[in-house]
Ligand binder design. Structure first.
Ligand code: MG
Length: 271
């Protein structure tokens, strides 16, 4: 199933997404995931009972398609990207967090902080966790822990990433984690999904998840040996080669096979 999350009469609603005549449509309601307590409560109160007419996904006021408790990311997971930044191929996964406050809806504006002189895009496939995962063994049925897949742009203040010595600020500014537009469990990430990023329509990244240094089951085993993953949590799986600085006014589109396109524009901080 493909799903999205959008604003309808001031409330966050979940919609079932279907393809009609080559375009994506919100065809009807989708189940509310257990981790979204606010939406669960709204439904219990009857606040979210209003029906909605089918609408083109492009006309909906989209929200991030999931409400995660944490956003776990993997750095340096494609060889060609490791090379372009002059780093060594890691012997084990390099993981970090982006804060929940960095989440941004599809179509919303990424604010470029004045304290950085180089802000890069990083188009990435995202794994969305479906059930609690702790200390997964390498032979575990990892797919049963995955709810779906989506897209993120792991926006990065590249200069601050070097300057700070760790990545919390560089990766964590407000608006630095656009996610969406939809979730889908209909793709097979292990078969090799194409990850592409365009800036103002020009192709800048073209990779395949078949080229991961660490596979999704390897990442899940490594991360859950330390950190329990909960339903709704996101795993950003790293970016292919081609990262580059952006300028105010740039329009960035990240596309992944079967998951549509995540589009966001970038603008200078105004105050
Ligand atoms: Mg990244």
């Amino acid at each position: 199933m493909k799903t999205c999350r959008f604003l309808h009469q001031g409330l966050a609603r979940y919609g079932r997404v279907e393809e009609r005549d080559g375009a994506l449509w919100i065809a009807g309601p989708a189940p509310i995931p257990a981790e979204d307590l606010a939406a669960q409560l709204a439904e219990l109160r009857g606040d979210a009972a209003a029906a909605f007419d089918p609408m083109a996904l492009s006309t909906a006021e989209l929200l991030p398609p999931v409400v995660p408790g944490k956003i776990v990311c993997v750095g340096r997971n494609y060889r060609d990207h490791v090379k372009e930044l002059g780093n060594e191929v890691p012997a084990e996964p390099l993981i970090f967090f982006k804060p929940i406050s960095s989440l941004l809806a599809p179509g919303a504006i990424v604010r470029m902080p004045r304290v950085s002189e180089r802000i890069d895009f990083e188009g990435e496939l995202v794994v969305v966790i479906g059930r609690r995962a702790s200390r997964l063994k390498s032979d575990a049925d990892w797919r049963s822990y995955v709810r779906a897949y989506t897209i993120a742009n792991d926006v990065t203040a590249r200069d601050l990433q070097k300057k700070d010595g760790q990545w919390t600020r560089a990766k964590g500014f407000d608006t630095f984690c656009p996610v969406g537009p939809i979730l889908s469990d209909e793709v097979d990430a292990e078969s090799g999904l194409t990850v592409e990023t365009r800036v103002n329509g020009e192709l800048r990244q073209h990779g395949s998840t078949a080229d991961f240094i660490f596979s999704i089951p390897q990442l899940l085993a490594y991360i859950t040996a330390a950190i329990t993953l909960e339903p709704g949590d996101l795993l950003l799986t790293g970016t292919p080669a081609g990262v580059a600085p952006l300028a105010p006014g740039d329009h960035v589109e990240v596309s992944v096979t079967g998951l549509g396109t995540l589009a966001n524009s970038f603008a200078s901080e105004t105050d």
